[in-house]
Design a protein around this ligand. Sequence first.
Ligand code: 3HC
Length: 655
Amino acid sequence: MTRLSFSDTVKGEERDGILVVTIANPPVNATSASVRAGLMAALAHSSDRPHLAGLVLTSTGTTFIGGADIREFGLPPVEPILPVVVEAIEAHDKPVVAALNGAALGGGLEVALACHARLALPSAVVALPEVKLGLLPGAGGTQRLPRLIGAVEAMEMIASGRTVKAGDAQSHGILDDIVEQDLATQAIALARTLAEQELRRTGDLAPPALDTSAFDEAAAKILAKARGQKAPAEAVRLVRLACEIPLPDGLAAERQAFLSLRDGSESKALRHVFFAEREAGKVAALAGIAPRPIETIGIAGLGLMGSGIAVAALGVGLTVIGLDQTPEAAAKGRERIVGVIEKSVASGRLSRAAADAQVSRLSVTATDADLTAADLVIEAVFDDLAVKIDLFRRLDAVLRPDAILATNTSYLDPDAIAAATAIPERVLGLHFFSPAHIMRLLEVVRCARTAPDVLATGLALAKRLKKLAVVTGVTEGFIGNRIFSAYRREAEFLIEDGALPHEIDAALEAFGFPMGLFAVYDMAGLEIAWARRKRQAATRDPAERYVPIADRLCELGRFGQKAGRGWYAYPDGKRQVDPEVTTLIESCRTEKGITPQSFSSDEILARLLSAMALEGRALLTEGIAARESDIDLVMINGYGFPAHKGGPMFWSPGA
Ligand code: 3HC
């Protein structure tokens, strides 16, 4: 067997008259410049050697090709560009068989589509996830996939970016076959067979038929979820073009759209988010520190939050012991947890067997001592310092000394909670967002005395729970709620200064927030924040600007959507501007002698986003947040900031 090297990252060997080309470009075999050059060299090698009957293209590791190298996007292009490589593969006069040893994503699937046949291991998946980066497939995906599987299905895959498992990919016609083992050997055999036949080139297939009404209906569904982003709309347009114009024209249109999106603000923002997510949770000081093993989790407090955490933990194979104040409360908590799991069964997201296995790992109790088996206990009781301190003292007395204690407090000082225990080094904060089994964000709170391996364990647990962990220091409200408070304060100042709630909400929704701030208040209910403000009233600095409008609304019983009235009126359940609220706002302004100004949508946004970014800067200066990108992730994943705008710090650099 002759070993060949086509570039640093592309190697080859001749087997049974077939050139087996292997990409080795860890971590995900992206099509970096050296891979593209290596593939071209491999094709040239094949062309020059009549004794070779064809090629097999595969990779090392568990990813076939993770896509184009996203890190190259901001840099000057290096030839050959991927579309050229893809076209050369398709045009090759000997069969090229893609042997998918794992995920073929983005440019990776485009390479595979250009091959003359595709085999895959059962573990392989395929996707054109470019829209998630604000992009389109840029190497023929929008033109070849519809020719292979039809316009509607291709459009749905490309405009949503969804991942398709090997079995489904085969039934759709993306994969020719799935092989359990000996992938390369079977691909070699297929290449030899294809060498005897006329090659099936995806680009030569007839343009797909266009069923306009089915296409438009499917497109409307996807675009409704896209919140005005450009890439999904472009994906729809390009797939439609694939049905209407010849391949070379379609490819040219795709390239133009790809470049324009790549250089546009949405893609830059989404690429920032992609790398921010991979950076989050990395703590240099923890290098080499092993987390403690966690298999059994105690959850103290089985209300909405505690139950959600339990569902998340059971879902990833952990054993859960739930604790509540009385056997009745514990039983109710169990019912709530099982109820959520059963809902997943009813909707087909979870099998009966998997649900039964999850429930079998759940026990509940009203006795503290039953938590002794727990490796880590998360407290999710009422957010009151005395209650939490009492609980932590009791838990401290019954848990093993190596067990970890986590508080899920949103606003209280976890250092004060830790100080009540004998071993404060084992205490940290795990601030989940509600509903905890759905929301991805988890603020991992490093308390003053948290031991490094305890913090490492918090991060490892977050990963196991499939959460996006962001480390925060201790401050009131941590990263998210502190920025949210600054944002909220600014919104209320804006109201006093002359804007109306619906104008602020319209500006936020046009920017991409799923719901404006005042609509969110109404949905959540105004009474809890009112009670908190009343508690804080005695200690509030009288010199501080205070906006009393929300209090006045509550005094009138306008507690939000549930009450049918809040910042808005909901006469038939639908949000509506209420002149009574406008009058109330105007009279509050008059009382303070404020002459209202009018604000454009851009001015409203500028004030709100700057307030967020300024608070973010303060968090960085105070050492509460480690990096700007962590702040962006918190606001995107916890508070509805649109990902395609990159987050408040990305949006307002240097604020
Ligand atoms: N380019 C450059 N780096 C990439 C990359 C890519 N396409 N995909 C992943 N990486 C890097 C990550 O940044 C990370 O680097 P780090 O270790 O320095 O932080 C490392 O690879 C591992 O990534 P993950 O932590 O995400 O590893 P996982 O195993 O969890 O997931 C994956 C692997 C499923 C491949 C995931 O990384 C992923 O979804 N990648 C992006 C896939 C994608 O969007 N491809 C399309 C790219 S655009 C394109 O192809 C355009 C074309 O049409 C022209």
